[in-house]
Design a protein around this ligand. Structure first.
Ligand code: ASP
Length: 339
């Protein structure tokens, strides 16, 4: 946690070139003259490195879909990241189960949920999109499909993650209640609390104006076996409509699913809201419906419209998002919040 906070602080300071004062509304406007217009954004501090991998694709004139896939594979492979991919914290029974989704501007999409033993669930989600008539494969069926597609079965539980799980087991009084999980936010003031959940959600627009998005997570640490969050649910953790824009989410997935969060953000943009206004309105919908629970829980939305304009909003302070385009490679911006 200390590492993560230090990194966040350093990155925010390093982002001074972003003229943060001008970002008071946490918006990023369309690309400047002479830019290709390509841009990638993603959730949290680990989005900075992920964006750079996506940018390597966008900068060469590549497709937004290839960019977001390459981008989110960075945190999926990062052994220090315990909320995405390999080294993700396991469920309460010690199984690392991964959720991921990918979506293109034309509505094509694919997802996997509760997938075990495959290090890059985003790649399997893309294969679901491209090589099956379906949108979502789960559990053993998703694993079977991945193996048929040539992916390698691996142990994703690292010694550090196993150690953390065993520590949790010592005191674990499991309550399948959202409040037992989310109180950590309040204590630490950091979304992700004791680093028990976070997601990389990434949205990109390429030089041809094509939008795409990807979202991948190991979900809530110590979750019930079989629990699936918002990230692999199209319309909840991710939604893309090339005519309008794209949105993704992080935080307590149950709240995002209840409100079809990312779909809501895109539909609000369709009605004329800026990405910033749309994210804020979607967050406030959650707060309004559950005013008491909202005091302790975190949900953050990130959005990009078809012009490449960006917005973000969260329930609690502390949500940050990374921006990368022709003018900036390592920007990290703070989101505004309801509280
Ligand atoms: N949204 C993820 C989930 O509920 C976790 C997170 O982003 O913190 O699985």
């Amino acid at each position: 946690m200390a590492d993560r906070r230090d990194f966040l602080k350093a990155s925010l300071l390093g982002a001074s070139t972003l003229a943060l004062a001008g970002q008071a509304e946490a918006t990023v406007s369309a690309a400047g003259k002479g830019d290709s217009g390509a841009r990638v954004i993603s959730t949290w501090d680990f989005g900075v490195a992920a964006n750079q991998a996506a940018w390597a694709v966008l900068d060469k004139g590549g497709h937004a879909l290839d960019a977001v896939e390459a981008g989110v594979m960075v945190p999926e492979a990062d052994l220090k990241n315990h909320s995405v991919g390999r080294a993700g914290y396991p469920d309460r029974d010690g199984h690392v189960t991964l959720d991921a989704s990918i979506m293109d501007a034309d509505g094509s999409c694919g997802a996997v949920a509760a997938l075990e033993h495959i290090a890059h669930p985003i790649q399997v989600a893309r294969r679901v999109m491209e090589n099956t008539p379906h949108v979502l494969l789960v559990g053993d069926g998703a694993l079977q499909f991945a193996l048929e597609q040539g992916f390698t079965k691996e142990e994703l539980l690292t010694p550090q993650s196993e150690q953390a799980w065993k520590e949790w087991l010592k005191s674990a009084h499991y309550q399948p209640s959202i409040n037992s999980e989310v109180r950590d936010y309040g204590k630490t003031g950091m979304p992700g609390g004791k680093d028990n959940h976070d997601t990389i959600g990434m949205l990109a627009i390429d030089a041809n104006g094509r939008l795409a998005g990807a979202c991948t997570t190991s979900g809530m640490a110590w979750k019930m076996r079989g629990r699936v969050g918002d990230s692999p649910i199209i319309g909840a953790g991710l939604y893309v409509d090339g005519e309008v824009g794209a949105a993704t989410s992080t935080g307590v997935g149950e709240e995002v699913i209840r409100n079809a969060g990312s779909f809501l953000v895109v539909e609000l943009m369709r009605q004329g809201r800026t990405p910033q206004q749309a994210c804020q309105e979607a967050v406030m919908r959650i707060v309004k419906k559950r005013p008491n629970a909202s005091k302790d829980l975190q949900v953050g939305f990130l959005a990009m419209n078809r012009h490449g304009e960006v917005g973000a909003f969260a329930i609690q302070p502390g949500f940050s998002y990374a921006v990368c385009d022709a003018r900036r490679q390592d920007g990290l911006l703070p989101s505004k919040s309801a509280f």
